[in-house]
Design a binder for this molecule. Structure first.
Ligand code: SF4
Length: 326
């Protein structure tokens, strides 16, 4: 059987959330062919994944054409798509109807606010009878050589290093910069190794730039040695969890019960915000420009996450990983 999985939602985290479904589809048809159509930034995450036979990449703003080409080239027996915009859902459905094949094209039907997106996908696919009824977490597959390179690149960091990931693709997801500084200082005062990814935090060492797979290997290596990754609701933090690193994820505008990580510790700021739209996130008033109607100083939900709470979660995560934080 030939299966096509389409994930063109655009975010790295979106692709990570569909990985458990990809792996379940492979397990349901171990001898078949499974092709994933996605965007370039995340596509590399699938490079060493034995579940994936091939990866097709869509250019930005050309998604519908890319789906049309994939359907024409592959004539898949089953299509699963997370993506419906620009008529993609109808395109997939019409193609399946015309050829008498299967399509699962609405993984967003009736989403409850308290079910994790990736798990929701899997339960819908199980209800459709195309995967087994077993929910699993995301996994990114790294090669032994990549893991070795990650260990080498982080060898100078002490065991139990806390890796700070302050950047976020959307301003509304950023924990305030002074909080990151205060967290770094509190960790250092406790005698912990601290490093940062992507941008400077109070002068702590910053991991040298690398590509996405290189970053995944480095965070995996930090996790192996009792380290913890701390960041917002972002793709890199999801990748960190998916390579096995203990994580602490800081949720503000998004609801952790829906967008949280399957593994690790999810902290929620201001859970009672009346403006949150967990099942229609792009319509949320603060979503696109980080304009919070409750605060002129930035997202009130992320302001609601104090350093002490994050520190406690980091300690708990590190204890789980076998390290001890003072
Ligand atoms: S309205 Fe403000 S407090 Fe509410 S989710 Fe948006 S940024 Fe957070």
């Amino acid at each position: 059987m030939r299966t096509l999985v389409v994930d063109l939602l655009g975010g790295l985290g979106d692709l990570v959330m569909v990985l458990p479904s990809v792996h379940a589809l492979r397990d349901a048809d171990p001898g078949g062919e499974l092709v994933v159509l996605t965007h370039a930034p995340g596509a590399v995450l699938l490079e060493r994944d034995p579940a994936v036979s091939a990866v097709r990449v869509s250019a930005p703003h050309a998604e519908r054409a890319a789906v049309g080409s994939a359907l024409a080239d592959l004539a898949p027996d089953l299509v699963v798509t997370t993506t419906r915009f620009d008529g993609i859902g109808d395109l997939v459905d019409d193609d399946a109807a015309a050829r008498g094949t299967r399509a699962v094209s609405n993984l967003w039907r009736s989403p409850p606010p308290d079910e994790l997106v990736g798990e929701r996908y899997q339960r819908i696919l199980a209800a459709e009878g195309v995967i087994a009824d077993r929910v699993r977490p995301p996994r990114v597959v790294l090669g032994d050589d990549e893991r070795a390179a990650g260990r080498q690149a982080t060898a100078a960091l002490p065991d139990g290093t806390v890796l700070l990931v302050p950047a976020a693709g959307m301003a509304v997801k950023r924990w305030p910069a002074p909080r990151w500084v205060a967290l770094a200082r509190a960790l250092r005062d406790a005698g912990r190794g601290v490093a940062a990814v992507g941008e400077d935090v109070d002068g702590v060492p910053t991991l040298p730039p690398t590509d996405l797979r290189g970053l995944a290997a480095r965070v995996a290596a930090v996790g192996e040695r009792g380290g913890v990754v701390v960041g917002g609701d972002t793709g890199p933090v999801r990748v960190a969890a998916a390579v096995g690193a203990p994580t602490v994820a800081l949720f503000g505008p998004t609801l952790a019960t829906r967008y949280g990580l399957e593994e690790g510790r999810d902290l929620q700021g201001f859970p009672g915000c009346p403006h949150r739209r967990p099942t229609a996130i792009t319509e949320q008033v603060c979503w696109w420009d980080a304009g919070c109607p409750l605060s002129d100083a930035g997202p009130a939900c992320l302001e609601d996450l104090p350093v002490a709470e994050v520190l406690t979660a980091v300690r708990a995560a590190a204890a789980t990983a076998g390290a001890v934080i003072g």
